[in-house]
Design a protein around this ligand. Structure first.
Ligand code: CA2
Length: 144
């Protein structure tokens, strides 16, 4: 089983700013944490992060051609704005779990809209990095 762990804009800034919202660990720490967990679950993981909407669309299309089984996706700010990313997920039909590090439900009004939620098999928010591993668990069960 191959899972793509996809992260959107500014996630590469983890641990550098706003630790009160996103925690003190870095994007590199996130990769290590998820990689270690994937080993224990016997699944392959690939990582990609971009600050650019079109790059994320390209990554989703590439996942289709690479026969990726599932996507763990934190679209970051594009969650709340991107029809292009929604369309890419719809077009490829790759089972996707939407993950947010922070509890978006308790934040600003503009974060209450998610274009991704309607195609996501599950949305996990407010659990920090543990949301990513919970998403892997969900995909393993879902893809059985
Ligand atoms: O809680 C999440 O994971 C978010 O997807 C993070 C996005 C935000 O736009 C979403 O509403 C919720 C922002 C990611 C920004 O990451 C930073 C990390 C460190 C410092 C500054 C930004």
């Amino acid at each position: 089983m191959k899972i793509l762990v996809l992260n959107g804009p500014n996630i590469n800034f983890l641990g550098i700013r706003e630790p009160e919202i996103y925690g003190g660990n870095t994007y590199k720490d996130l990769i290590q944490f998820v990689t270690d967990y994937a080993v224990t679950r016997g699944v392959g993981v690939e990582f990609y992060q971009s600050n650019h909407e079109g790059d994320l669309v390209d990554a989703i299309q590439k996942a289709y051609f690479d026969k990726i089984d599932g996507i763990v996706f934190n679209p970051a700010a594009y969650t709340h704005t991107s029809v292009a990313i929604l369309d890419a997920l719809k077009a490829t039909s790759i089972p996707t779990v939407e993950v947010h590090i922070s509890d978006v439900a308790s934040r600003e009004d503009f974060r209450q809209v998610s274009y991704i939620r309607q195609v996501a098999k599950k949305t996990i928010a407010g659990k920090g990095f543990a949301g990513y591993t919970e998403a892997i668990d969900f995909l393993i069960e879902y893809l059985k």
